[in-house]
Design a protein around this ligand. Structure first.
Ligand code: AMP
Length: 192
């Protein structure tokens, strides 16, 4: 069974943490567009210089830039048999682009997993993370903006995948280990 997976969920739902754990358990790479952008910004690459003005204010990086980066990453050999995408797709146009990237490779998405968390819970979590990690986009104003962008642009994606029968939802609230266990169980139930 191939495992080409997308992990959806609001900022602060625990996507990054869970993506790494789930991907490791399944033996596939976790591919985080946010991490890829942050690594480029840190390294001062041309891509990093281009995207920082968007990431720093919690706006989406233009699709043309993001899509090319994801296409290149998914073409790497480690993603040939499966991957877990964290933070992509982030709008409906990116859903179509992912479809196209996979179709060009002669494969298809197996499942979208949505981590469900109440915004009341995620804002304090993000503020706590800000203290620990010092992320530039974890200030309260930028967090609120990222949540708005999520509600307007990203949340509708779940309905698109649900319409295709590809969506499974998991409660993101609880101990990290318990959420990982729930995610793995729900992936197993959905695609074996
Ligand atoms: P994340 O680590 O997923 O919260 O992403 C951090 C920031 O990177 C976002 O607020 C966006 O500015 C940018 N970003 C990450 N993924 C995408 C994407 N798929 N499309 C556009 N921008 C993105």
């Amino acid at each position: 069974m191939s495992r080409r997976l997308v992990l959806l969920g609001a900022p602060g739902a625990g996507k990054g943490t869970q993506a790494v754990r789930v991907a490791e358990a399944l033996g596939i790479p976790a591919i985080s567009t946010g991490d890829l952008f942050r690594a480029n910004i840190k390294g001062g690459t041309p891509l990093g210089l281009k995207v920082q003005e968007y990431t720093s204010r919690g706006a989406l990086v233009p699709d043309s830039v993001t899509n090319d980066m994801v296409r290149d990453r998914l073409a790497q050999p480690d993603a040939a048999d499966g991957f877990l995408l964290d933070g992509y797709p982030r709008n409906v146009a990116q859903v179509s682009e992912l479809d196209a990237i996979l179709a060009d490779a002669g494969v298809a998405l197996d499942l979208a997993v949505e981590l469900e968390a109440d915004p009341e819970v995620v804002v304090p979590r993000l503020l706590k993370r800000a203290e620990i990690e010092g992320r530039e986009d974890d200030t309260e104003d930028v967090i609120r903006h990222r949540l708005d962008v999520y509600a307007q642009e990203t949340a509708p994606i779940a309905a698109v995948y649900a319409g295709r029968g590809l969506l499974t939802q998991v409660d993101a609230i609880g101990e990290v280990d318990d959420v990982t266990t729930r995610l793995l169980a729900s992936i197993d139930t959905a695609i074996g």
